[in-house]
Design a protein around this ligand. Structure first.
Ligand code: SF4
Length: 359
């Protein structure tokens, strides 16, 4: 692409994103096809969109792995999968107290959202009750903290129970394009995942759904998953870069470069201008020294360790955020811009109140 072509493309994408319009497929592919020489221009253009909707705030999230390993599913990127030979920690459900203590430490370090995760195809009703208790314990200690739950495929009524227990959000990633899904997992389908995100949303949980890159996907696949995610309309979108665990079918796959990661993140910012884009697993090992540039694209990161691998120390993340000129988002601040909240006004008048209705 000529220099003029890149400039024009970035101007178009930025203009559209500031109007909350997504790119066309051709524009998205052209962005992914820009060269390494253009990467700072790409970051600057998408960074303008990030600042428009999220300022310089960075939201911190923390994962609590409540049950690790021994999963009957065979997602090929996952160290907890069926037959995984990864030497990860394996344990059954930790207690409510232990989970609440882990959450408390993260909140003290600045986490605004705690993500309660358990391996497995999906929870049984007893598991849901256990997690409901943990959500309650966390909320009792820190009512402002957001609690997101991630337990796999949900059965009817389970999302509603989690919502009733006080959970704010449910995470279920679509991971890769529908076309590629059967290549990365044989035990459930892309459509199963889409259905669970829909069920969570219908129950009033804020939907969180994202993707993983570095698994052999083409640019077309990257655009497919970005557009598929846009269809499910999540409030937050984790962007993961494959951690190629030894002992999984993806071991030894190091396909990403820091520049490719930045282009993917920029695409996600243009596709989701006013949605939380979360820099997730694999950022340290794939972005390496360019991590601070990614803060101009993502408005949210995980603080501390991942589910089965270690992240960089929280203090290093906080220093990186400050050095790059960003600030940690406070618990009292809303993450999403007003326009994503103003569609639903909770009724405070009419029946059941002293205020007249609006008829
Ligand atoms: S991603 Fe989830 S469902 Fe798939 S193998 Fe890992 S823990 Fe199991």
């Amino acid at each position: 692409m000529t220099e003029l072509g890149v400039d024009k493309l970035l101007e178009t994408l930025t203009g559209k994103a500031l109007r909350r319009e997504g790119p066309t497929r051709d524009e998205a592919l052209a962005l992914l096809g820009t060269g390494d020489d253009d990467v700072l221009d790409v970051v600057a253009a998408a960074g303008r969109v990030r600042r428009e909707f999220f300022g310089r705030r960075v939201k911190l999230n923390h994962l609590v792995n409540m049950k690790s390993g021994m999963c009957p599913e065979d997602c090929s990127y996952c160290s907890q999968r069926l037959g995984s030979a990864s030497e990860i920690l394996k344990y059954s459900w930790i207690s409510e107290d232990e989970a609440a203590r882990a959450a408390g430490r993260a909140i003290e370090a600045g986490a605004k959202r705690v993500c309660l995760v358990a391996s497995g195809r999906g929870p049984g009703d007893r598991d849901i009750e256990r997690v409901a208790g943990t959500v309650g314990a966390i909320k009792d200690a820190a009512p402002d903290v957001e609690v997101c739950v991630c337990l796999g495929l949900l059965k009817p009524g389970q999302a509603e129970r989690l919502r009733e227990a006080g959970a704010d959000a449910y995470n279920h990633n679509l991971n890769t394009s529908a076309e590629n899904y059967r290549d990365i997992c044989s035990t459930h389908t892309f459509d199963d995942r889409v259905r669970t995100v829909g069920d969570a949303k219908s129950a009033g949980l804020s939907p969180c759904s994202g993707a993983i890159f570095g698994m052999g996907e083409s640019d077309d696949d990257v655009v497919d998953i970005a557009f598929a995610l846009r269809e499910v309309d999540p409030d937050s979108v984790p962007v993961n870069f494959l951690i190629p665990f030894e002992g999984t079918p993806m071991q030894g796959r190091w396909e990403l470069t820091p520049h490719r990661c930045l282009r993917i993140l920029a695409l996600f910012r243009f596709v989701f201008p006013d949605v939380e884009v979360r820099l997730a697993g694999g950022r340290e090992i794939h972005l390496r020294a360019l991590q601070p540039l990614a803060l101009h694209l993502a408005n949210s990161i995980f603080l501390g360790d991942y589910l089965t691998s270690e992240g960089q120390p929280g203090a290093a993340d906080l220093a990186m955020i400050a050095d790059a000129g960003f600030v940690v988002e406070g618990a009292e601040e809303r993450t999403l811009p007003e326009a994503r909240h103003d569609l639903v006004a909770l009724r405070r008048r009419g029946a059941g109140t002293d205020a007249p209705s609006n008829v």
